[in-house]
Each structure stands twice: as C-alpha cells, then as structure tokens.
Design a protein around this ligand. Structure first.
Ligand code: GLN
Length: 279
C-alpha cells in the first residue's frame, strides 16, 4: 500500500528535515495549504507525488533552501517568487525596509505632492524595493542589479504584486549616471571570501553573498558612488554583517555623511548603518 502523508512526514524528520519545512514541501507538492496537510496526514500519497516528495526531501536534506524548492518566500508581508538566481530574502532585512519607511514618512508629511526618488541597489528578488513600494506607494522606486537573471525575478515579482518598479541593469550606481535620489538602500554582498559561513550558503548565488577579502568591497563601492547620486539631505541605508558596523560608520563618516547611526536587528545584532548626505 502507498505511504500516508504521516509516514512521509516521519521519514522527513528521520532525514533531519524540520517538521514545518516538511509540511510546507508537502503542501507545495500537493497544491494544498499547510493547514490542510496538518489536518489530513492520513491521506495516501499517489506514486507520482510520493516520488516528487522524496526528491524534494533529498534536496532539502542536502541544504537547498526551502524557498528555492517551493519557489516562494514571504518578506515584509509580501509573497515573493524566488529562484536560485537570487538571495533568499532574510527576516533581518525587514529592518532596512522599516528604517527606509521611517525616513520617507517626514518627506511625505513635508510635501504630500512630492514623489521622492528611491533606489534599491542590488535588488535581487526585489524584496526590499517592493516592500518599500508597497508601504510607500507615493515614491518612485528604482531597482538595479548586475545580474540579468535576478532583475528578471524582481520584474516578475513587481508584475505579480502589481507594484510599479523601474528595473535597471548594472552594477550598483553604474547604470544611474546623472540621476539623484532622496533615499538609497542596499543589502549588498558582505561576507568575506574566506568566511567558512559561506559553505552553509552554497546554494545561493556567491555574487549576492561574498564581497572581497573583508566582505566590504561592495559597501565601499556603494558609499564611494553615493555623493554623485544623492540629493541634499538624502539618506543612504545599508545592511551589513554583524561585525561590520564600525567599518561602515567609518566609511560613511570619511565620505562626509552626517547623522550616522547603526541599528540592531531582532536578534540584537548590529545589522544596518545609515547616514544623511548633507549635499
Ligand atoms: N545575511 C546573509 C547571511 O550571512 C548574507 C546576506 C548578504 O551578504 N547580503 O546569511
């Protein structure tokens, strides 16, 4: 007799796959909700579903992020499509979005008719850009990425969510010659090339994770290019590694930014640093 869902969930646990992940894989394969899977674990699996689920289980046990297997990830209340071409959006990155919204609110209050230009550099799935565009629909949102495949995912997400997003191909500021923004944000790669942590992230694009010997190459490039692209009193907000707060504050200070501040994520880790461009 074919296996039941409960038996397959038990097998998943034996393979070291957390119950929640297994339930989500089953829901994805069966085209049901996780609630349905929980309520119907006596259901029998057809041969095709059983084979597909076993294959998914093997990939999950080998470390493929759940988001790639189900093709989706929730971020800041948005349901995003993700593929292996983009970094899986992380919950700690919501801090960057919330900080951007906090900086945008007074601009709106000061002049409800203005349409601030906001840019997300290295947008990947579009998570940050679309979360800001969703919560502050009165801004003009631009997103850049050096990866055409990533930009394609961002564009698909914008379409699915019906959020306007100007997608521009290129590295950091490079495709934005002559353009100025009221707010710029980025979750760039910031892991050092030799960091052993990278091994646990082997399924995600290295280009989105690693940035030179100290992990600061992309952050340095973004800070260096910012003055040419920021309007007076504009904000630059950057995500970085747990131990890079000092370095990013120094970079911003040396470039002439003011009101420099580092914020901590929900785990209490220094996660984002930003400053105001005096103009
Ligand atoms: N926060 C990610 C991690 O270390 C890295 C993301 C990034 O480099 N932007 O898991």
């Amino acid at each position: 007799m074919s296996a039941s869902l409960a038996q397959w969930l038990a097998l998943a646990q034996l393979r070291g796959v957390p119950r929640l992940d297994a339930q989500r894989l089953a829901a994805h394969q069966l085209g049901r909700t996780r609630e349905w899977v929980i309520a119907h674990d006596d259901a029998r699996l057809g041969a095709r579903d059983a084979a597909a689920l076993d294959a998914l289980l093997l990939r999950r046990a080998a470390g493929t992020p759940l988001a790639y297997l189900v093709g989706r990830r929730e971020f800041h209340g948005l349901d995003l499509v993700v593929s292996a071409d983009v970094l899986v959006p992380r919950p700690e990155t919501e801090l960057l979005v919330d900080w951007a919204l906090e900086r945008l609110a007074p601009m709106r209050a000061a002049d409800p008719t203005q349409v601030p230009d906001v840019v997300d550099l290295g947008t990947g799935s579009g998570a940050v850009a679309l979360a800001v565009a969703h919560a502050a629909p009165w801004v003009h949102m631009t997103a850049t990425d050096a990866s055409a495949a990533a930009l394609d995912v961002a564009g698909r997400n914008a379409m699915r969510l019906a959020l306007p997003l100007e997608c521009v191909a290129g590295n950091w500021w490079q495709p934005l010659a002559g353009r100025c923004f009221a707010l710029a944000l980025a979750n760039p790669p910031y892991v050092a090339h030799a960091d052993p942590h990278l091994q646990t992230l082997a399924h995600e694009p290295l280009q989105a994770l690693a940035a030179g010997p100290d992990g600061l190459d992309a952050l340095r490039c973004i800070v260096a290019g910012a003055p040419a692209h920021l309007a007076p009193a504009a904000w630059l907000l950057l995500e970085h590694g747990f131990d890079q707060g000092d370095a990013v504050r120094r970079l911003l200070g040396a470039a002439g930014f003011q009101s420099i501040e580092t914020r901590h994520d929900l785990a209490g880790v220094p996660r984002c640093t930003g400053g105001r461009w005096p103009g």
